[in-house]
Design a binder for this molecule. Structure first.
Ligand code: AMP
Length: 427
């Protein structure tokens, strides 16, 4: 299969070949013929799969004939961040070298005057972040009734960053008769629900993330009652030889709670989630990268696409709601042949059991349960005494009455460990 087989024009195929692309990626193979046919798409694909070309290439051929009127772009690509929008614009410029199409990029941090001048000339492809586009729209500098193709890229990040109301406003000003391509790293039920408001009779396409988890990652599962999750995490943090770790939570509010709790227990940690300002996020990320805070508590979407260095440990404070996220989360460790460990805390209820089963189906292997953390772990009876041994409080608990942590020293053996390594300790 090559790019010409997908129905792309000779000029476009030549441009792509000149870039060194030989064969289309799976998302390109699925998406390009459908987009050329005019179909709407609900697509699930991560960055790195060749997703950008999967919508920009057919758009270029569709737009090849026709001319843009001043301030009335013929197509619109919405991306959640400046960096992503700029990346899409770079791709477009590379692919469209043999076409006479104009493009404008509307992102923050760039002067309005330059952007207005570009809009005034008429643009075939408008690439924008939602906020900056609305700024121009409200000033009457851009009119959207001529948009024939709309792309919403990285919809799950849009959701996490609170952009969905902006997107709804923008889409409300577009013609109903248009083609809509909606892409998200994962298609959760929530994202599908949002996407279905924008598309008509879409083709759902999805490309599998790298399903195999790296062989350098040692993954363990701990069945933990909800009230014991924070305590269990602290045990692991104290007992594991951590250099740096990402702790993933499913919900933003849990990130803040966990951050306060870890700080209260004297751990150095920072948080990263979609409700933080861009500058607060960058500051947290810097602290983590520089080792000032060796623990980063993050949501999937906030962490996605960010250049986070390889870590020694990944903790899934929650089993991810999307099995694919599990692979991405634990892929933060065990990179470049180095070994890494990943611990997943699962609650012994039906929801978490289903989520764990989904992860195991995707990766094709069960996650090893850490000994003593089986779904219904009960203390083993002391056979020598002929009756179950009552746990001795002082033996199992520290001076705060907390369970004494155990260190996993490889295999299934444990050793006592009761202090926070100085490196992880705040103050
Ligand atoms: P994306 O997922 O769109 O961010 O693309 C990831 C990277 O893959 C970009 O650097 C693209 O230039 C590159 N790429 C996209 N499609 C292909 C292809 N068919 N062959 C080789 N490289 C590609």
């Amino acid at each position: 299969m090559n790019f010409a087989d997908l129905g792309l024009s000779d000029e476009l195929t030549a441009a792509v070949t000149a870039l060194g692309y030989e064969t289309p990626t799976p998302i390109q193979e699925q998406s390009i013929p459908l987009v050329l046919m005019g179909r709407d798409i609900l697509g699930s694909a991560q960055t790195g799969t060749g997703k950008t070309a999967s919508f920009t290439l057919p758009m270029i051929d569709i737009l090849a004939n026709g001319r843009a009127k001043a301030r009335m772009p013929r197509s619109l690509i919405l991306a959640p961040t400046r960096e992503l929008a700029a990346q899409v614009a770079d791709n477009f410029n590379q692919f469209a070298t043999n076409h006479n199409l104009s493009m404008a990029l509307l992102i923050g941090g760039v002067s309005f005057a330059d952007q207005e001048a570009a809009l005034d000339k008429g643009v075939d492809v408008l690439i924008a972040t939602p906020g900056r586009l609305l700024d121009h729209f409200e000033r009457g500098k851009v009119l959207l009734q001529d948009v024939k193709i709309l792309v919403i890229d990285e919809a799950d990040r849009m959701l996490d960053m609170g952009f969905i109301p902006d997107i709804e406003r923008i889409v409300g000003t577009l013609p109903v008769m248009r083609q809509t391509l909606f892409f998200s790293a994962t298609l959760s039920d929530e994202i599908k629900g949002i996407g279905s408001k924008f598309v008509i009779n879409p083709k759902v396409i999805s490309v599998a993330p790298p399903a195999a988890t790296a062989s350098t990652i040692e993954a363990k599962l701990l069945w933990t009652p909800p009230r014991k999750k924070r305590e269990t995490l602290r045990h692991l943090l104290r007992s594991e030889e951590i250099q740096n770790a990402v702790i993933f939570c499913n919900r933003k509010r849990d990130i803040s709670t966990l951050l306060s709790s870890l700080k209260r227990h004297e751990f150095k940690a920072v948080a990263l989630h979609g409700d933080m300002t861009q500058s607060a996020r960058l500051a947290a990320l810097d602290e983590f990268k520089e080792g000032v805070s060796p623990l980063l508590i993050a949501s999937d979407v906030a962490a996605r696409g960010l250049d986070i260095p390889s870590v020694s440990h990944v903790f899934n404070f929650d089993v991810p709601s999307n099995a694919e996220d599990y692979v991405h989360r634990i892929g933060r460790t065990g990179r470049a042949g180095r070994s890494g460990k990943a611990f997943t805390l699962a609650m012994p209820n039906d929801d978490d059991r289903k989520l764990v089963a989904a992860v195991e189906t995707l990766t094709g292997a069960p996650i090893d349960v850490l000994e003593g953390h089986e779904p219904h772990a009960t203390p083993a009876p002391d056979k020598t005494k002929g009756k179950a041994k009552k746990p001795n409080k002082s033996e199992n608990r520290n001076e705060h009455g907390e369970l004494r942590p155990v260190a996993w020293v490889g295999g299934n053996s444990f050793k006592d460990c009761d202090h926070i390594p100085a490196f992880l300790r705040s103050a």
